[in-house]
Ligand binder design. Structure first.
Ligand SMILES: Cc1cc2nc3c(=O)[nH]c(=O)nc-3n(C[C@H](O)[C@H](O)[C@H](O)COP(=O)(O)O)c2cc1C
Length: 325
């Protein structure tokens, strides 16, 4: 399959693995890229820029295919040393950077000068248009279904993707709720040039997380995610567990008076305990509604090959058959 996205990123299949905190290590990115998709290392999971340098080098040893790095611009008072992370990305020969969170404009000149293509993750049409206007090369359009931060507009992909297609000139991929060949064909039909998956890639053999995390995703239905931190306008879609229900109880009790400090126990520093130790009640962790469509733990290659062959089947048989009938 050839789209503007496969051409732009030099990949075989129009499938991207979105940056994921404590999941996007070299093992994850290399497995997706080796299978013909675009794997992405999560920059800020590495505690320092020096660690990111080493992680990029490790990934180069595992695959000779292109892979990217995610840089998430967080709304914090003491930001990480972004310029140093960007140097690590450039020196590591990375040519695709997935940016997310705040407007990445101030960091674009350096990245673009080094020949990096920028795909910015956006949860709205207006943010996508902004990304286009500041020189991003592509957009990952992240619908309300998504695992992680869906923004505050709550527009699902059935509306958001065709709206993006109406407005954008640069190519975009669908993101949020994508799991299989049906997702890919539907995304293409709505104007996307590929799809980005998060949650689906955690339930793969190579995902470097505890087995409990993979099993929790397979066991979950589409009803099992919750939106937390909505009162703080930092909404996150997470899988429900004891900590999440406790957090939501605090949100109900405190209402508009809720402060980050009130829920720090449920959200701060919980990822290593969940992803590494498999302590599934340690706190809130991002997970999409798409968990309801995830029923197995294949290798990344099995998953991507299955998506591509079933997509062909849907287009050539099911859809063509309907037309011919
Ligand atoms: C466990 C987890 C951690 C994530 N961490 C990040 C992150 O650090 N930065 C980021 O830009 N997106 C992050 N995301 C969002 C994904 O890159 C992707 O946009 C999202 O998972 C798409 O929705 P889906 O889960 O329905 O496929 C994370 C998602 C998950 C599930």
């Amino acid at each position: 399959m050839k789209t503007r996205i496969t051409e732009m990123f030099g990949i075989e299949h129009p499938i991207i693995q979105g940056g994921m905190h404590y999941v996007g290590f070299a093992e994850m990115a290399a497995a997706v890229s080796s299978a013909g998709g675009l794997g992405i290392i999560t920059g800020l999971t590495q505690p320092t820029a020096e660690d990111l340098r080493k992680e990029i080098a490790r990934c180069h040893e595992m695959t000779d295919k292109p892979f990217g790095v995610n840089l998430t611009f967080l709304p914090t008072l003491t930001p990480p040393d972004y310029p140093a992370y960007i140097d690590a990305i450039i020196d590591g020969g990375i040519k695709v950077v997935e940016t997310a969170g705040r407007n990445p404009q101030e960091h674009l000149p350096k990245l673009k000068e080094a020949g990096c293509k920028i795909i910015h993750k956006c949860t709205s049409v207006r943010h996508s248009l902004k990304a286009e206007s500041i020189g991003c090369d592509a957009v990952s359009v992240d619908g309300f279904e998504c695992g992680g931060h869906p923004g505050e507009d709550d527009i699902p992909n059935m509306i958001l993707l065709p709206r993006a297609a109406e407005e954008l000139k640069i190519p975009f991929v669908s993101s949020g709720g994508m799991a299989d060949a049906r997702s890919l064909v539907a995304s293409l039909a709505m104007g996307a040039e590929g799809m980005n998956m998060g949650t689906r890639f955690i339930a793969t053999k190579e995902a470097p997380v505890h087995e409990n995390v993979k099993k929790a995703i397979v066991a979950a239905s589409e009803l099992d995610t919750r939106l937390v931190m909505r009162p703080l306008r930092n909404t996150e879609r997470v899988l429900t567990n004891e900590a999440v229900e406790r957090l939501l109880e605090k949100e109900r009790e405190l209402g508009a008076n809720l402060k980050f400090e009130d829920i720090i126990e449920e959200v701060a520093g919980v990822y290593p305990r969940i992803m590494k130790e498999g302590d599934m009640d340690a706190g809130a962790w991002s997970c999409g509604m798409v968990a309801g469509l995830i029923h197995d733990i294949p290798t990344c290659k099995e998953l991507i090959d299955r998506i591509m062959s079933e997509a062909e089947e849907i287009i050539n048989r099911r859809l063509s058959g309907i037309l011919a009938a």
